[in-house]
Design a protein around this ligand. Sequence first.
Ligand code: FNR
Length: 350
Amino acid sequence: DETTARRKDAHLDLCATGDVEPAQNSTLLEDVHLIHCAMPEMAVEDVDLSTPFLGKRLQAPLLVTGMTGGTDRAGTVNRDLALLAERHGLAFGVGSQRAMAEDTARAASYAVRDVAPTVALLGNIGLYQAIGLGVDGVRRLMDAIGADGMALHLNAGQELTQPEGDRDFRGGYRVVEELARAFGDRLLVKETGCGIGPDVARRLVELGVRNVDVSGLGGTSWVRVEQLRAVGSQAQVGAEFSGWGIPTAAAIASVRKAVGPEVRLVASGGVRGGLESAKVLALGADLAGMALPLFRAQQQGGLPAAEEALKVILTGLRQALVLTGSRSVAQLRQRPRVVTGALKDWLAAL
Ligand code: FNR
């Protein structure tokens, strides 16, 4: 309905210019130190970043994670970033398709196949909307945009901070199990900035989930976004919880330890550059994911600005591999690294 679209526009405004990345939050990636190799004995062009994902082959292990859809403005964001992903061989996700599930007239703002015919494309829906839609309804959303897979997002922290949000989180695993059975390795389960930890990840994998985006703490905080929209006591609770979550570095390292190598892991949540991407890949991610930095670049300068931002990221990622003497992510993972500070404490507990 109208309120879903209006809320989404308020969210986009806040994400474009608001203080949605609380400075006191951290991914803890600053506690990961890759080790310099003074004699790399390789050329930059020897770096092979290609990665399989959703039955396709990416040229770089990067996912532009789901953000938007439902309005004309959102449609431009989707098309610009999908085209960028197509050009550079990345994966791309649209934002929550709830708006088009409620009103098919909004479907056009999620349609990117004309500009991104071969991109590895993810649809997106919230866990509790998926309960209402059922397997067939979710499949219709995926098919309507020609997606290669479907992202199911978890956002209990955001819902509890949203005055009109969900208050009952029962029945989630049952839906995940049904979707995993129906979609197989086309299903991805993601958080939205509070992180998926090893216990939840293990349970998801037991139910058949084969792709997980841990989306941890340290980047965009949806609790903070809702705090900025809320008033009174709701805003106070939002302020208290805007640092709640599992830091991205702790989430990805502990989840990789908890699940087998066959599970595809994405690490998003505050990953902001090529070196940070290299760090999450070293910790066990198959792909690094990013939302806010590419969204902001697009809002400020359209596709050219987003492409400039992406080039800095890709250059930094290649440079990190060369300077660790790694031709591939597989080699990068075998290199020694140093883990210090709070991340060491997190990993001792998880
Ligand atoms: C998001 N995110 C998100 N996630 C999701 O599954 N469905 C959605 O509709 C949205 N919408 C959305 C809008 C905008 C503007 C942003 C910035 C983000 C969450 C996103 O996919 C990601 O999990 C988090 O933002 C963490 O990554 P970053 O932003 O710190 O790189």
